[in-house]
Write a protein that binds this ligand. Structure first.
Ligand code: HEC
Ligand code: HEC
Length: 320
């Protein structure tokens, strides 16, 4: 999933949960949720260099090191501004932000990731970044509440570049409290309606990640890599439908297969992405309405690659 699961989490089953919740259920939910959050996960963590080294004929001089760092930071900045949505919950300065702040669900804040006082990541190794971002598991092995399932397919170099970018930002002094859950939040975790990222792709915990992303070209291979972040809402088939775990007032995700985008051209697609306006001129609603602020930073190659992939997935009828 890409854009903002922050409001997406768990409201779907809320009403049913509240109906069945008596005092006994409440006590059960509290302890069941705590035990899920106390589980530990063993990850075969990957490690990688930060910043990513220059390759090819570059000289091993101080100057080329600086060039390597600058290009890693620039790539990371682009990834954060155009493709991955870390800033929705960690803020644009990465000094800490809000995922959910609701008395019933809980206070789930995005911690400070800069090099300032109160940061959780000053001592982080590359393997720690891998565990949290691509597996949803904290350095101590416990599951995090951040939606890391969106980042399982990120390559080593992309993650390294994001780390290089975050580390290049001015340090922010800000201590962010650990997540706390309200009664509904505990119930959602206990009943599995708020699914922890660490439980979503257990097989990924064993395996290695791609070292490099596919080469940047306006083709379906690169587009498939980029479209990974769309699948949380539009599904891996791109048939869309009701968004699992989304709040009840979200519209269903559109069918992006040729059965849904009938008659769409690249121009229609680019306008929907960068301006938030459909082929018929109507405005896209939340959460898709958040896309343009990222998509306007995509390069033409990225946009063309996304279209090259999406326009060739097999047609699937929309869910009724
Ligand atoms: C939808 C909100 C959201 C998004 C998007 C998000 N995070 Fe997080 N992140 C959180 C929350 C909430 C926590 C605290 C998790 C916890 O303590 O259980 C967190 C924790 C972290 C931690 C520290 C874990 C620790 O306590 O040691 C790192 C590092 C991190 N996120 C990196 C990232 C990066 C990099 C991205 C983008 C690729 C990202 N996050 C995107 C919400 C988010
Ligand atoms: C957080 C969920 C979410 C994510 C992530 C997401 N979308 Fe959407 N998208 C939606 C919803 C919901 C709609 C329908 C909006 C409406 O009906 O107003 C939509 C509509 C669209 C439309 C308009 C189609 C039409 O017929 O109206 C396009 C194009 C689109 N999305 C492309 C993408 C692409 C490409 C990505 C990934 C780069 C993506 N979306 C990621 C939720 C999402």
């Amino acid at each position: 999933m890409g854009v903002v699961k922050k409001i997406a989490i768990g409201l779907g089953g809320l009403i049913g949960v509240l109906v069945v919740a008596g005092a006994g259920a409440y006590v059960w939910a509290g302890s069941a949720a705590s035990s899920k959050l106390a589980n530990t996960y063993t990850i075969k963590a990957s490690t990688f260099p930060v910043p990513w080294p220059l390759t090819g004929d570059s000289l091993r001089s101080a100057e080329s090191e600086q060039v390597g760092l600058d290009s890693a930071v620039a790539r990371g900045k682009h990834l954060v501004e155009a493709r991955y949505v870390c800033v929705e919950c960690h803020s644009t300065n990465f000094g800490g932000g809000t995922m959910i702040d609701d008395p019933a669900i809980g206070t789930l804040l995005g911690p400070n990731l800069t090099m300032g006082a109160g940061s959780r990541t000053v001592q982080y190794t590359a393997a720690d970044w891998d565990r949290i971002v691509r597996h949803g598991v904290k350095p101590d092995g416990r599951p995090a509440v951040m939606p890391s399932e969106d980042y399982f397919a990120m390559s080593d170099r992309e993650l390294s570049d994001i780390v290089a970018y975050i580390r290049s930002l001015p340090p922010v002094d800000n201590t962010v409290p650990a997540p706390t859950f309200g009664p509904v939040g505990k119930m959602l975790i206990a009943t599995g309606q708020f699914k922890l990222s660490a439980d979503m792709h257990p097989s990924a915990h064993e395996g290695a990640h791609a070292v490099l992303p596919p080469a940047e070209a306006p083709n379906a291979e690169f587009g498939k890599h980029l479209a990974q972040v769309c699948t949380g809402c539009h599904l891996p088939s791109f048939a869309g439908g009701p968004i699992i775990g989304g709040p009840p007032d979200w519209p269903p995700a559109a069918n992006l297969t040729p059965a849904g985008l009938v008659g769409w051209t690249y121009t229609d697609f680019e306008r929907a992405m960068r301006e938030g306006v459909r082929k018929d001129g109507t405005k896209l609603r939340e959460p898709m309405a958040l896309m343009p602020k990222y998509a306007k930073n995509m390069t033409d190659i990225e946009m063309q690659a996304l279209w090259a992939y999406i326009s060739t997935v097999p047609p699937v009828a929309s869910a009724k």
